[in-house]
Write a protein that binds this ligand. Structure first.
Ligand SMILES: [Mn+2]
Length: 247
């Protein structure tokens, strides 16, 4: 892989149920070591679920943390933004993995390029039920109460929420689970010149967004599934001021 100024990935959905995807992600991380990139941004849903930082001893979590740590140890700046599935990742995970936690959205300037980074779920405002759930679970008091519960109980609760959300998704039209164009336009208007990169929707492509101020770009990251045909993995990279797709 040619050298990049930054690499972006999201929606890996790491889970013990999908070991091939775990292996693909760990190989991908290995290709970033040895100075292939200066920065690595993980834009949410790295894990299929995260019950709390007291789950760091879980074998999958421990492996992923160790591998991410090797990037930081190699001098790569690693940053993580929470997704809708791993928003309980906190300071203990960040310290163990040697990464920085980013707010959503987050504006970063790399060279002469302004990038606006987001997981993407906050832009799916047409899904009213989900947004209500999101604002509840993102409240510090809700998170404190939840994290006070025993780890086993939290895992059970999350499994129940996942079953419910899979069932709810089947009943929703695809359009309401995509980003809302007006929400995208508002966000981009607040950050003149910036290119938007997000994940969450699992619809990887480059969009042109026409705003009063001119044409802007929105890049959507791929999700990962090593067992799909063809397998899905990779992300985006910033090289010489241009965004390119990484397989
Ligand atoms: Mn997501």
């Amino acid at each position: 892989m040619p050298r990049s100024d930054a690499v972006f990935a999201s929606d890996v959905h790491l889970s013990p149920d999908h070991p091939a995807t775990t292996e693909a992600f760990l190989r991908f991380v290995d290709t970033l070591v040895d100075g292939r990139t200066d920065r690595f941004f993980v834009l949410g849903d790295l894990f299929e679920y995260w019950a709390g930082d007291d789950d760091l001893d879980d074998p999958l979590a421990a492996r992923v943390v160790r591998r991410l740590r090797s990037l930081a140890d190699g001098g790569i700046d690693v940053a993580f933004m929470a997704g809708n599935r791993d928003f309980l990742i906190g300071p203990a995970f960040a310290a163990a993995a040697g990464l920085r936690l980013l707010p959503d959205p987050c504006l970063v300037r790399i060279g002469a390029v302004d990038l606006l980074l987001s997981h993407g779920d906050a832009l799916c405002v047409d899904d009213v039920d989900y947004q209500r759930f999101r604002s509840m679970v993102r409240r510090p008091e809700w998170q404190r109460d939840f994290l006070d519960k025993p780890l086993a109980e939290r895992r059970d609760t999350i499994a129940g929420v996942r079953r419910h959300s899979e069932a709810a998704k089947r009943g929703k039209v695809a359009a309401i689970m995509d980003v809302n164009q007006a929400a995208v336009a508002t966000l981009l208007a607040d950050h003149p010149e910036a290119v938007l990169i997000h994940g969450h929707t699992h619809r990887p492509t480059r969009h042109a967004v026409e705003l009063d101020g001119g044409r802007r770009e929105r890049w959507v990251l791929t999700d990962w599934d090593a067992e799909a045909t063809p397998p899905r993995s990779g992300g985006l990279a910033l090289r010489d001021g241009r965004i390119v797709e990484l397989a």
